[in-house]
Design a protein around this ligand. Structure first.
Ligand code: ADP
Length: 160
C-alpha cells in the first residue's frame, strides 16, 4: 500500500491544488492532503476552515484524506507510514525551493521519496496568495478556486 502526502498551506485551496490532488490520487493507494499549521505564518483561513474546504472539494475522491499537521513533514510522514511526498512545480522559482526542501527531508529520512508534478498549463499562474489578493479587492475568483468554496472565500473578506 502506497501512502502519499501532499503537504501545503492551502490558504485557500485553489483549482491548481485540486488538479494536483486528482492527478496524484491516481498514483497512490491513499493520498493524505496535509494542511501545515505553520506557527510562523498567520494564515487568513484557520486550519479547520482550510481542512473543511479541502474536504468539501475532494469528497468525491474516495482515497483522499485531509489532515492538519504541525512540526516536521518527515515526522508526520513517519506517523502516517507515508512513502512519498507530492509537490507541484509551477515555474523555475518553485524548483529551487522544492529541491532544497527535498534534499533536507531526504537527509532526515532516507526512505521518503518525492513526486513532483508539473502544474497544468491553465493553472501555472495560480497561487493562494493571488486568490487572497483578488478576493480582498472583491475581484472575480471563480476561475481560480473550486465552485463549492467561492462563497466561503468571498465571505471571509466581507467580514474584514
Ligand atoms: P506551500 O506554502 O507549502 O508552498 P501551497 O499551498 O502554496 O503551500 O502549495 C502547496 C503545493 O502545491 C506546492 O508544492 C506548490 O508548488 C503546489 N502548487 C501551488 N499552486 C499550484 C498550482 N497552481 N498548480 C500546481 N501546483 C501548485
Amino acid at each position: 500500500m502506497v501512502v502519499g502526502i501532499y503537504p501545503g498551506s492551502f490558504d485557500p485551496v485553489t483549482l491548481g491544488h485540486l488538479d494536483l490532488i486528482k492527478r496524484s490520487a491516481k498514483m497512490v493507494d491513499t493520498l493524505i492532503v496535509g494542511v501545515l499549521n505553520n506557527k510562523k505564518k498567520v494564515p487568513v483561513f484557520t486550519e479547520e476552515e482550510k481542512k473543511s474546504m479541502i474536504e468539501l472539494v475532494t469528497k468525491d475522491i474516495p482515497n483522499v484524506q485531509v489532515e492538519v499537521f504541525e512540526g516536521l513533514l518527515v515526522d508526520f510522514a513517519r506517523i502516517k507510514k507515508a512513502g512519498v511526498i507530492i509537490r507541484g512545480l509551477r515555474a523555475v522559482s518553485d524548483f529551487e525551493y522544492e529541491l532544497q526542501m527535498t534534499q533536507l527531508n531526504r537527509q532526515l529520512e532516507k526512505s521518503l521519496d518525492n513526486i513532483f508534478l508539473t502544474a497544468s498549463l491553465e493553472y501555472t499562474y495560480l497561487s493562494s496568495s493571488a486568490v487572497r489578493e483578488i478576493a480582498s479587492y472583491h475581484g472575480d475568483i471563480s476561475s481560480m478556486v473550486p465552485a463549492q468554496i467561492i462563497d466561503l472565500v468571498e465571505e471571509k473578506y466581507k467580514k474584514k
